[in-house]
Design a protein around this ligand. Sequence first.
Ligand SMILES: [Zn+2]
Length: 179
Amino acid sequence: MKSLKFLCDAMLGKTARWLRILGFDTFYTAAPHVTDDDLLKIAKREDRILLTKDKSFFQKARRDGVVSVYLDRPSASEEVAELAELYEFKEKLISGANNFSRCPACNGILQVVSREVVNDRVPLGSLENFDEFWVCQTRTCGKIYWKGHHWDNITKELEKIRNISRIKYLKDEHNRISE
Ligand SMILES: [Zn+2]
């Protein structure tokens, strides 16, 4: 199966972060100079599924032949659960395979490194308490993550997404996707 690639509109920042945490290549920018037309071009060029909270943009994308999904759930967790249903990645969501392979901040690839590699860039307390660190490979980002860093919130939220995704959404999804 071809791996899924997404593009989130500017209103879907949280959803984009979650998709990245789950390991999906997800384009997102909040830069004000990026127009809807730019997003459509990127989606086409990079073969990304466009996700949007804007119904008229969804319709425009559909007219333009861009695969897109109109998301209007009240929370990012529900939106991710809905996508898991639509694109059949519920199993992956539940197993956690590929989680934490991408940087939630920039979409870069995360590499697992040992304490020694990051010992000059991580607070001493964290260095002492954790032995696994992830470093973003994008040079302009380079963020470092470890399990103490918001970890409880992330795992709680993931559990919430899993629970929602266990409830099967009614099959009104065909109205939501255009291909
Ligand atoms: Zn990064």
